[in-house]
Structure formats: structure tokens, C-alpha cells
Ligand binder design. Sequence first.
Ligand SMILES: *[C@@H]1O[C@H](CO)[C@@H](O)[C@H](O)[C@H]1NC(C)=O
Ligand SMILES: *[C@@H]1O[C@H](CO)[C@@H](O)[C@H](O)[C@H]1NC(C)=O
Ligand SMILES: *[C@@H]1O[C@H](CO)[C@@H](O)[C@H](O)[C@H]1NC(C)=O
Ligand SMILES: *[C@@H]1O[C@H](CO)[C@@H](O)[C@H](O)[C@H]1NC(C)=O
Ligand SMILES: *[C@@H]1O[C@H](CO)[C@@H](O)[C@H](O)[C@H]1NC(C)=O
Ligand SMILES: *[C@@H]1O[C@H](CO)[C@@H](O)[C@H](O)[C@H]1NC(C)=O
Ligand SMILES: *[C@@H]1O[C@H](CO)[C@@H](O)[C@H](O)[C@H]1NC(C)=O
Ligand SMILES: [Zn+2]
Length: 726
Amino acid sequence: MGKGFFLSKPLGVGCMILGAGAVATIIALSVVYSQEKAKNDNQVLPTDGGTTTKPPSNEPWDKYRLPKSLLPQQYNVTLWPRLLPDPTGLYIFTGETTVEFKCVEDTDLILIHSNKLNYTDSASLTSVDSGVKAPSIKSSFLQSETQYLVLQLDGKLVKDHMYQLYTKFTGELADDLGGFYRSEYYEDGVKKKAFPCFDEPAMKAVFHITLIHDIGTVALSNGEQKETSSVVIESQNVQKTAFGPTEKMSTYLLAFIVSDFAQINNTIDDVLIRIFARKPAIDAGQGQYALNKTGPILKFFEGYYSSKYPLPKSDQIALPDFNAGAMENWGLITYRETALLYDESFSSNSNKERIATIIAHELAHMWFGNLVTLRWWNDLWLNEGFASYVEYLGADNAEPDWNIKDLIVLNDVHRVFAVDALASSHPLSSKEEDIQRPAQISELFDAISYSKGASVLRMLSDFLTEGVFTQGLTSYLNTFAFGNAVYTDLWEHLQMAVDNNTATQLPDSVNDIMNTWVLQMGFPVVTIDTQTGGISQKHFLLDPDSTVTVESPFNYEWIVPIKWMKNGVIYPTIQWLKTKSDTVKEMKTSGPSDWVLANLNVLGYYRVNYDQGNWDRLLIALRDNHISIPGINRAQLLDDAFNLARAKIIPTVLALETTKYLTEERDYVPWKSALNNLDFFYLMFDRSEVYGPMQNYLMKQITPLFTYYKNMTSNWSTIPAGHMDQ
Ligand SMILES: *[C@@H]1O[C@H](CO)[C@@H](O)[C@H](O)[C@H]1NC(C)=O
Ligand SMILES: *[C@@H]1O[C@H](CO)[C@@H](O)[C@H](O)[C@H]1NC(C)=O
Ligand SMILES: *[C@@H]1O[C@H](CO)[C@@H](O)[C@H](O)[C@H]1NC(C)=O
Ligand SMILES: *[C@@H]1O[C@H](CO)[C@@H](O)[C@H](O)[C@H]1NC(C)=O
Ligand SMILES: *[C@@H]1O[C@H](CO)[C@@H](O)[C@H](O)[C@H]1NC(C)=O
Ligand SMILES: *[C@@H]1O[C@H](CO)[C@@H](O)[C@H](O)[C@H]1NC(C)=O
Ligand SMILES: *[C@@H]1O[C@H](CO)[C@@H](O)[C@H](O)[C@H]1NC(C)=O
Ligand SMILES: [Zn+2]
């Protein structure tokens, strides 16, 4: 889901928007799963799934995972959301579906996900193969805890034969942003649930969707509209829109929307790009920025992945009510209005930045996540971490003057360091068997999955080099297209790319290196003693008194790539630290002003500490010629020093000394890092006697910055050209 947001996407979500404009986004299928999370919003939004009680028995329908006996091939789904309440005041939708599935193990039981759907006719089961007779349904019931419709048969479904199950149902179109929901803006709303299906990401199938909707509304889904006809059903004049078959895809990526929204469009290399929103928003030109940037970003990702965009169209729609920041439904991406709409006359520069990065995040998922899908939710970190990393590449391509790639250090690396430095953190990767219930799936949508995932993948891409990384990625996408994979499949394809490129030298396999980052929580602080050239690593804990009770398979040691510089000159090869400590003679300094700086551009997921002498020389370098140190590393020196001080590894005075040079600093990233860290001091010293002196000191530090921008903006009357300056 969208970056920086928790997207909540109940499977089987549909949405009807009513009101002056009625839009309904219906995402079909069952449970509440993927939640995209908002970068600035660290909470999982409420979902309707999941309780903490244990299933009472060992029956197949009390297990959260589907049995392996049936594989869906295709679905025909017809949904009819009603925009007016029924006689009892309930907003409802009706639907019917036929699912064709293959039996891969004889069974007399069908389990299919269904949540809050009422069945109006009895289900019927037929055989597709002539000469094979389908058994009949002996009994059926709904198991609400595990969200199954359970059908018990009077005989066996036979291995290697195909069957069809037909059901007819009604559900409520509530306004809870889950399932098929009602979104009423102005005075209306939207609600949820969609249709019975085998609702697991590996149960990919082809979907033939048909929507029945009121005259004057437009129906959208993942596929192209094939035909729209006027029909009379139950003596109502309605429209029926049939969509072309989808590619083979996972249920959680389906979407259905009925609305009276307006759109703007263009076509780039035969791909139709459309932006939908409320008519007044479109009329005000608020979709234009998104439309301008989508084509170039899509093209950028085609190049990055070396893989053509697999669909004929890319729709993006801004919904007045939406649970997550955005959701990457294949070919029909849904956004909050603030994540897609930009108004030249009142939106801020950071609105624009958010829109460019979210669009890039969601478009990145069209391949990584949608074309190739992780087999189960335990690998969610790879899906979201990947999109959260490459969103910066896509946005950078769309806005090359912004230096937006630098922001990953503030927004992801430093942000997640704060969480991952706690003894209560958790590893990126979870075991498949540990993630069963909807609530457990929801919990995975956290900063570790998004921001740590992004940080370690950025590190990986850097030490492999981007060329090797993308070669392996392309090979992975080609191999698993329209199918599913696990995270080690990506490592295997990256390893093949490494083996193809003799210039890339690694100290261990991709798998062994990455395991130290994904199978244990936390990260190291690397300490460099420039008197001896000794380097060592230690698990960094923000609270030095906390105790780690979870054992790590690697004893809290990592295989650490170190890029570094001496006196502003970058050392040409990566120094690897594979053990607790080592000696690197080049890191020993000789001259009285020699300084060493490690973790260039914070490409590595770790903090760095030095001997006091080197810290002193770095402070002098900052004071005398701060631009000899890259801007990201100036931000790093501040953030590392303050956090090392909080962890009682270095004196607080040393951390405060890193703020002395700020009288010279004019760049956004280091200043933002300083402010993030000084906030803590503001909180701690508020109402104490040092508060006044602290304010005076900061006033002194920030005055040159203020004067600089005041002059640049002619006394605040003009807008600076640079994005970071703004
Ligand atoms: C499903 O829809 C397709 C396309 O409209 C049609 O060809 C096919 O016969 C339908 N299958 C069933 C079982 O209704
Ligand atoms: C489903 O059935 C329950 C119980 O009869 C009823 O309370 C609910 O309103 C029904 N929902 C719909 C959408 O018909
Ligand atoms: C694109 O927008 C124009 C109006 O600006 C409209 O006439 C046309 O039908 C749209 N094309 C598609 C394929 O939606
Ligand atoms: C979109 O692109 C057009 C044509 O390049 C340009 O005139 C317009 O200002 C752009 N709009 C926005 C909001 O970026
Ligand atoms: C490795 O090289 C071979 C031969 O050039 C190529 O076919 C293959 O796709 C490459 N594999 C990867 C993962 O880069
Ligand atoms: C103010 O800005 C102008 C150009 O905009 C520049 O030439 C001048 O040096 C600046 N003055 C100061 C004090 O920064
Ligand atoms: C800004 O205002 C001051 C007086 O407040 C004036 O001396 C100075 O010339 C102004 N600078 C610009 C660039 O307008
Ligand atoms: Zn995402």
C-alpha cells in the first residue's frame, strides 16, 4: 500500500460514493488485510478483522489458512450496489459469483472466505468436465471467526477435475471504509464486503467482473470497460458494465468503484492514464499534477525493472473517505484526496512531494507486489520495504531538481532507528506459521516493515551496485510473473546477477549477508578507533539498561558494509566488517587534523561512533569547512551523536557540540536532523532554569539561517526556487 500511510484494505472492499457525486469503490473479496500505512502516521487503523481468541477445535474450518485441496482458476462476479437504502433503512449490495476451481487433492469439503455476506439462494456445485458428476452439498454453514463459508459434500471432488461453485448473496454497504463500502461526501457515505473467494495472495485467478449501477454513474474496476448497456432488472432501469478479464492476480488487489466522478486522461505508449476525482476538484485542475507525473514515473519503472507495464490502463482515483494513504489495486489505484490532488493556488510544496512519492510507491507495486506477489503476508516487509525504497527513485525521476532521495535518511532510516533501537523491536522477517489471524497480518504494517525494509534494500542495492541489483530484480520478475515468490527467491536471483558480474565482490552470499539484517532485530553501532585502526560492532540499544530477551541466530552481529572517507576523500572500496571486531590499518590517522567519516550518505543501516580525538577533529572540520562533509553525513553526525549520548555511549556535551557549526549550515536535511534531536531537549528542559539560556543559544545559532533566507526571499516577498530551500 501507499507509502507513509497505513492503508487499510479489507479484501472484498467495494466502495460506493453517494451524494452530489456518488462513487463507490468496491474492493471485492473477503478479509481485511493489507493496510498501507502512512509515513507520518504510525498507527494501524482499526480493521474489522481479527480477534485474539483461539479457534476452539482442530476442524479445517477453524484454521485460518486454506487447505491445499482446491485452486481457483477464474471467477465471474456481478455486483450491484444500491445507492438508496432498502425498506429497513439498510444500504445493501447484491451479487452473484461463479468460481471455477481445480481440485488438486480429493476432498469432500469446500472452504471459501466469506465475511458478513448473507446467502440468498443455496449454493450450487457443478462439474466442468463431462463424464464427471459433482457431488451435492450436504450441509453448509458460516464460520465467522475464520471468515469461511463451509460446504460439506456428500461425495468427493476428484483430483485434477474442474468444478464451478455458484452463489448469490447480499451484503451491507456500510460506511466503515472496509470491504465494499459507501463513501458519502457532503452528506453521503460508503461501505464494505464483496464476494466469496479464496482469499489468500497465492490463490491467483482471472476475474470477469460485471457491475450493475445507476444511470449517470461510472463503474470502474481493474480491467478495461468492455461494454455498458442499459438494462431493466427487478423493474429498475440500470446500467450494466462488463469488464475485460483481468490478468491472473491476487484477490487483495481487486477494486470496484461506482461514482459520478469526472476524469482527465492521456495516453503514453498505448497505456491509458486517467485521474478520477470529484467533479469540482477535476474542474479546478487538481488532478493535473498527478496526470503530469504518472506517465513519466510509469516509464521510469518500466526502465528500472526492464519490464513493460503489464496492463492496458492505469486509473488513479481520489476518494473523499479512504482508510489508508493509498492502495495499489492493479490498474485502479485508490488514494486519499490529499495524496493525489494538488492545487497550485493553495497546496504546499510538501503536498506536492507527498503526491509524487505516493504515486511512485503505488506504481512501483504494479510490478513488485502485483505482477509478482509474495506468497504469504509474513513477507509483507519485502513488498512494502521495496516500494518504500524505490518510491524515492521514481519521485526523483519525476522531479530531478528536488534531491528527494536524500530524504530517505530522515523519513525512513533515522525514523525507524528510533524504534529498532528498543529491546522490544522485532526482526523484519516473520515465519509463515506465525502469521495466521487477520490481526496478526494487520500488525505487520508497521515502521519496521516499511522503513527498515526500505533502508536495508537501499543498502543492498548500493553494495551490489544498482546495475547488478536491477539485473537480479528483472530476472526475479520474469521468473515469477503472474505468480508468487518468497523473499529468498529474490536473494537467489540477485545472487545470480552477482555471479554474472565479476566486478562485484562480496564477502559472503547475498543470502548470508542479508540474513543478518532480516532475521534479527535491531542494528549495530560501529565504533572506529582512529588511534589504532580498530573497528568493532555492538547491538545499539537506546536504553543502556534494557535487556534483550530474544535470542538471535547471529548473536546480534551483522555483516556490515562500510563506505568511508578520510579528510573528505572517499575510500574506493567497501570495507566489510564480518566479525565482532577487526583492524583496518587505513583507518588509523596520522596527522593532527586527519579525520575519518564512515557510513557515507548513510547508505548502511547502522550508527557510527569514534574515539574522542576523531570526534574532535570532525567538529573542527564542521566548524571550518562543513561542506567537506556531505550534507547527509552532517545530518548523521548530529543524529548519531545525540542518540549515542542518550544511550550513554558518549557524553551529552559532545552531542551538543555538534550543534555549534549550525551557524554555518544552510541546508534542510542537517537542520531537520538537528531539530528532531533538539526537540528532546526542549521537552526535557521546559520549565527548568536552563530553558532560557538554551533558547538564547538556539536563537544565536539560527539567526544566520533566518537572515540568509530573508535576504534570499527579498524580505519574505519571493519564493525560493529550490525545493529544499522552500
Ligand atoms: C464468465 O464470463 C465469461 C466472459 O463474460 C463468459 O465467457 C463465461 O461463460 C462466464 N462463465 C460462467 C461460468 O458464467
Ligand atoms: C444478514 O442477515 C442478518 C441476520 O438475519 C441481518 O441482521 C442482516 O441485516 C442481513 N444483512 C443484509 C445485508 O441483508
Ligand atoms: C479523455 O478525456 C476526454 C476529455 O478531456 C474525453 O473526451 C475522452 O473520452 C477521454 N478518453 C478516455 C479514453 O477516457
Ligand atoms: C502539467 O503540465 C503542463 C504541461 O507541461 C503544465 O503547463 C502544467 O503547469 C503542469 N501542471 C502542474 C500542476 O504541474
Ligand atoms: C546472467 O547472464 C546470463 C547470460 O548473459 C543471462 O541470460 C541471465 O539473465 C543473467 N542472470 C541474471 C540474474 O542477471
Ligand atoms: C543577498 O542576496 C543577494 C542575491 O540575492 C546576494 O548577492 C547577497 O550577497 C546576499 N546578501 C547576504 C548578506 O547574504
Ligand atoms: C528588507 O528590509 C530591510 C528593512 O527592513 C531593508 O533595509 C532591506 O533593503 C530589504 N531587503 C530587500 C531585499 O528588500
Ligand atoms: Zn505499499
